[in-house]
Ligand binder design. Structure first.
Ligand SMILES: *Cc1c(COP(=O)(O)O)cnc(C)c1O
Length: 497
C-alpha cells in the first residue's frame, strides 16, 4: 500500500532531511544565478493575469494530501518563474533589500525552534537574542544602547510604535481610559513634511489623531524640513490653543534620501518640550558610512527611531525595528497585566515583548539580523553601505556628463534624473506635460528592458527616474549601464512617437 503523503508532510527525520537538502540545493542554484539572470524573466513580462492564475490552478482547497516533494517543487517553480528578482544587482526600484543568504538560513532555524517571543518566560534565550540584536542595531545607528526596542513586521509598524509611545507621553495616563477625547487629544498636533512616507497617513487613522493633527512643514531646496517654517508653525498652533507634541523627521526620505536637519530639530524639540521621532526605515544604516550627512550623528538624540531590517540591514522580509530612548515610555504605552500571564520576572529585570508593542505572539525576527550582523561585523557591513552610496553618486556624476540627462536630487544611496531630449524646448510650448509623460514612459521602458529595474520620484512637479541602491551585489559595471540605457530607450520612445 502506498504511504499517505500527509505523513511525509508532518514527518521529521529522513523525509525532512531529503526534502530539505533538495530544496537548499535548488535555492543555492537560484542564488548563484542571480547576477546573470534576466531581471524580469520573459515569462513575467508576457504573462497576463489569466495566464498566471491558470498556472496556479483554479481549484479550491484540496480534499486530500499531495506528495510534499511535488508541492515544494510546484512552489519553487511558481515563484521562480514569476519572480522579479529583488536581489538582482540592478534591482533599484523603491527600497528593495538584498537578503543575505545566511539570513535565509537563520529564518529557517527560527522556524524550526519556533520560539514565541511574547513574554521572556516563553523562551528566555530567544528574548535575550532579540535584546542583544536591538542593542547591536542601536550601537550601529549611534542610538543609546540602553533604549527600549523591539522587532516589528516592518518600517510602518516600527514608526507607528514610536508615535504611539509619543502619543501616550503627550496625552498622559488618562489616555487608556478616556481616549483622546478626554485628554485634550483633539488638540494634539504633529509636524511633518510632505516627503514623509504614507505610514504617517495610515498612522493618524490608526491612532485616531486624524489628518487634522498633521501640520505640514515646508521643505528647503533639498527636500529637508525647513526649521524656520517649523518654528513659525509651532508658534501659530500654540497661539491657536493647540498642543504640539511631536516632530516626525526623516533620516533618508523614500523619494530622494533627504536627511532632515536632525541636530537643529533635536535642539528645537528639547527647547519646546516635543517628542522627536525619526523615520530611518530606509536611511538610518547610512550612518555607518563616512559619506553620511553630518546630521545623521544626531539620530541618537531622538526620542524614537524606526529602521527596517529588510531594507539596508540585508535581512529577508519581514523585519522592522522600533527604538525608544526611554524604555519606560514603551511600557507606559503598551504594558498590560492579563490574569493568564503570571511570570517569575518583572519588567525591570527582563523584557516581556508583549509589553513593548502591539503584537502578542511574535516570531524571532531578530535572529536573521543577529546572524547577519555577527557574520559581517560592523566593518564589513559599513563597507557595503558605503559602497552603495558611492555607486549612487557615480550615477549622479555620469548623469552630469551625459547629454540629454538632467540630474535631480541625490541623497544617501538614491540618484534621480530625467531625460530631456534636445527637442524638448520646442515641444514643451505646445505640450506642457511632455517631459513628465516621456519620463513616465521611460521608467516603464527601463523596467521592461530586463536590464535594470528603477522606479520614479516626483519632485517639484518633475517626474524623475529614480534608482535606490541597497544591494551588496551591485557593482560599478552595473551602475555604469544606466545613463546610456536611459538615453537610448528615451530616444526609442521619441522616435516611436
Ligand atoms: C519602506 C519605508 C517605510 C515603510 O516600511 P515598511 O517596511 O515597508 O513597512 C517607511 N518609511 C520609509 C522612509 C521607507 O523607506
Amino acid at each position: 500500500m502506498a504511504k499517505k503523503p500527509e505523513i511525509d508532510a508532518l514527518a521529521g527525520g529522513a523525509a525532512f532531511r531529503e526534502l530539505g537538502h533538495e530544496l537548499v540545493d535548488r535555492i543555492a542554484d537560484f542564488l548563484d544565478g542571480i547576477p546573470d539572470a534576466a531581471l524580469v524573466p520573459p515569462l513575467v513580462q508576457g504573462q497576463s493575469l489569466q495566464d498566471m492564475r491558470a498556472r496556479l490552478g483554479e481549484g479550491g482547497l484540496p480534499e486530500t494530501g499531495a506528495d510534499p516533494r511535488r508541492v515544494l517543487d510546484d512552489a519553487f517553480k511558481l515563484l521562480e518563474e514569476g519572480v522579479r528578482i529583488n536581489a538582482h544587482p540592478r534591482s533599484w526600484s523603491y527600497v528593495i533589500g538584498s537578503a543575505a543568504p545566511v539570513g535565509m538560513l537563520a529564518d529557517l532555524l527560527a522556524a524550526a525552534f519556533n520560539p514565541n517571543v511574547t513574554a521572556w518566560d516563553h523562551y528566555p534565550m530567544a528574548a535575550e537574542i532579540e535584546g542583544q540584536t536591538v542593542r547591536w542595531v542601536a550601537e550601529l545607528l549611534g542610538y543609546p544602547v540602553g533604549c527600549g526596542g523591539l522587532f516589528t513586521s516592518g518600517g510602518n509598524v516600527a514608526n507607528l510604535i514610536g508615535v504611539l509611545a509619543a502619543r501616550r507621553w503627550a496625552a498622559g495616563a488618562d489616555l487608556r481610559e478616556g481616549g483622546l477625547a478626554e485628554t485634550d487629544g483633539g488638540k494634539l498636533r504633529l509636524y511633518a513634511t510632505d516627503q514623509v512616507h504614507t505610514w504617517l497617513d495610515k498612522m493618524v487613522e490608526v491612532t485616531g489623531l486624524g489628518t487634522a493633527a498633521i501640520t505640514r512643514v515646508a521643505t528647503d531646496a533639498d527636500q529637508r524640513m525647513d526649521v524656520g517654517d517649523l518654528a513659525v508653525k509651532l508658534a501659530a498652533d500654540r497661539a491657536a490653543g493647540l498642543r504640539p507634541f511631536l516632530i516626525c523627521a526623516s533620516a533618508g526620505t523614500v523619494s530622494t534620501g533627504a536627511v532632515d536637519p536632525l541636530a537643529a530639530l533635536a535642539d528645537l524639540a528639547e527647547a519646546e518640550d516635543l517628542w522627536l521621532h525619526i523615520d530611518g526605515a530606509y536611511g538610518a544604516p547610512a550612518v555607518a558610512s563616512p559619506l553620511a550627512p553630518e546630521d545623521m550623528g544626531a539620530m541618537g538624540r531622538a526620542n524614537s527611531l524606526a529602521v527596517d531590517g529588510h531594507k539596508w540591514l540585508l535581512a529577508p522580509l519581514e523585519a522592522g525595528i522600533a527604538l525608544v530612548r526611554d524604555k519606560r515610555q514603551l511600557l507606559d504605552a503598551f504594558s498590560f497585566r492579563p490574569s493568564y500571564y503570571a511570570f517569575g520576572h518583572g519588567d525591570e529585570e527582563v523584557v516581556h515583548y508583549y509589553n513593548y508593542g502591539i503584537q502578542n505572539s511574535r516570531c524571532l525576527r531578530a535572529l536573521k539580523v543577529w546572524t547577519i550582523l555577527r557574520c559581517l561585523g560592523r566593518q564589513a557591513y559599513a563597507e557595503i553601505v558605503d559602497r552603495n552610496i558611492r555607486l549612487a553618486r557615480m550615477i549622479g556624476e555620469q548623469v552630469q556628463t551625459t547629454a540629454e540627462l538632467e540630474p535631480g536630487p541625490q541623497g544617501l544611496s538614491i540618484a534621480t534624473f530625467r531625460y530631456v531630449p534636445r527637442e524638448a524646448q520646442a515641444r514643451l510650448e505646445a505640450e506642457p506635460g511632455f517631459l513628465n509623460e516621456l519620463n513616465k514612459r521611460l521608467v516603464g521602458a527601463l523596467q521592461r528592458s530586463g536590464i535594470v529595474h528603477v522606479s520614479n520620484a516626483v519632485i517639484d512637479g518633475r517626474f524623475l527616474v529614480r534608482a535606490c541602491i541597497t544591494n551588496f551585489r551591485t557593482t560599478e559595471e552595473d551602475v555604469r549601464l544606466l545613463p546610456d540605457l536611459a538615453v537610448r530607450l528615451g530616444r526609442d520612445l521619441l522616435e516611436a512617437g
